[in-house]
Design a protein. Structure first.
Length: 333
């Protein structure tokens, strides 16, 4: 139980561990017997005692080995992550976002770890470890700094000066006391318009203080920074939250887009989600678009922006800029 708790911490697991230990202590120290119970003869008791001790010793050894193995791998990854930022081992990939006409309007910046031995590592393989190690704020600051630098460079080129970059922000990072001031200082330092940066928050932010969250979002909105709710429909959000939060965009999760092909119920659900967002005055972005059928359906639902493999996979900055210059044609043309 403790090994699992180290990998994926939760209050429920902690409660189960505590109850297990308490139960062991109670049953081990209390004399409980039925009236009809007969004491074991010494010949049998000596054998069962050896079996009992051997089983506990084996169980303890296996538990220690598994725990040590898990902690060793996790500790090594944490050490590598801590040194990866100063060693410039991270890189931003960009996935295009287009409007209803299929015209490129921006990109989502996605972090990749360029490991010196294992090559590119997807976020799903190192982000959980970074969260446990408390490194999400450091990673988030790196992403914002490099995204803003890219925007500053794009400002000097006619075909990129109006593009918007969206970055994902974790709940831990967003709720840092200096998050807003540091973000504004970064934009000012590179002379980038706040309107060209979009922050994407996942629904996990709703498990924290909503009033504090709303306060920070309003400050960012006042400075001209737009905020999108990512993976809408898969987490904790509710209509009451959507009504209160100063959002500008909802991103319909790819799982709902895939549901279009599953029948009328899936299509009806996507239609209702899109209509609800429009009724709230929010821009709707459909992510995970993989074919023209999905694109046309989401167009009919009133979505204004789109993202997915149909328009382009996440690619390195140089490749993305080559596509902008027309050296690489979009997949949907």
């Amino acid at each position: 139980g403790y090994g699992n708790f180290q990998r994926d911490r939760s209050q429920l697991q902690l409660a189960i561990i505590f109850l297990s230990l308490a139960g062991f202590a109670v049953f081990s120290s209390t004399s409980l017997r039925f009236d009809f119970a007969l004491p074991l003869p010494d010949s049998v008791r000596s054998i069962t005692a050896w079996i009992h001790v051997s089983f506990l010793a084996a169980l303890l050894c296996v538990g220690v080995i598994l725990l040590q193995e898990g902690m060793t791998v996790d500790s090594k990854l944490r050490r590598e992550l801590r040194s990866a930022i100063p060693r410039q081992q991270f890189e931003l990939f960009f996935q295009p976002q287009v409007n209803r006409d299929g015209r490129l309007v921006g990109a989502e910046a996605l972090i990749r770890w360029k490991h010196p031995k294992r090559g590119y590592i997807q976020p799903g393989h190192f982000i959980p470890t970074a969260e446990r190690a408390g490194l999400m704020a450091d990673l988030g600051n790196w992403v914002i700094e490099n995204a803003v630098k890219t925007l500053a460079d794009w400002t000097t080129h006619e075909n990129t000066r109006d593009l918007v970059i969206a970055v994902n922000i974790s709940a831990d990072h967003f709720l840092k006391q200096d998050f807003v001031s540091r973000l504004i200082d970064t934009l000012n330092a590179h002379q980038v318009s706040p309107s060209r940066l979009k922050l994407e928050l996942t629904e996990s932010v709703f498990v924290t203080e909503v009033d504090e969250l709303i306060g920070k979002m309003k400050v960012l909105q006042h400075h001209g920074i737009s905020i999108a709710l990512d993976d809408f429909g898969t987490g904790y959000s509710s209509l009451s939250y959507l009504r209160r939060l100063p959002l500008q965009q909802l991103k319909i999760d790819r799982s709902f887009v895939r549901a279009i092909a599953e029948g009328s119920r899936g299509a009806s659900l996507v239609t209702r989600i899109s209509q609800m967002g429009q009724d709230l005055g929010l821009e709707m972005l459909a992510e995970g678009i993989e074919n023209d059928e999905q694109f046309q359906f989401m167009l009919s639902c009133g979505c204004q922006s789109f993202q997915g493999y149909y328009f382009g996979r996440p690619v390195a900055l140089e490749t993305f800029e080559e596509r902008i210059r027309g050296l690489i044609k979009p997949s949907y043309q």
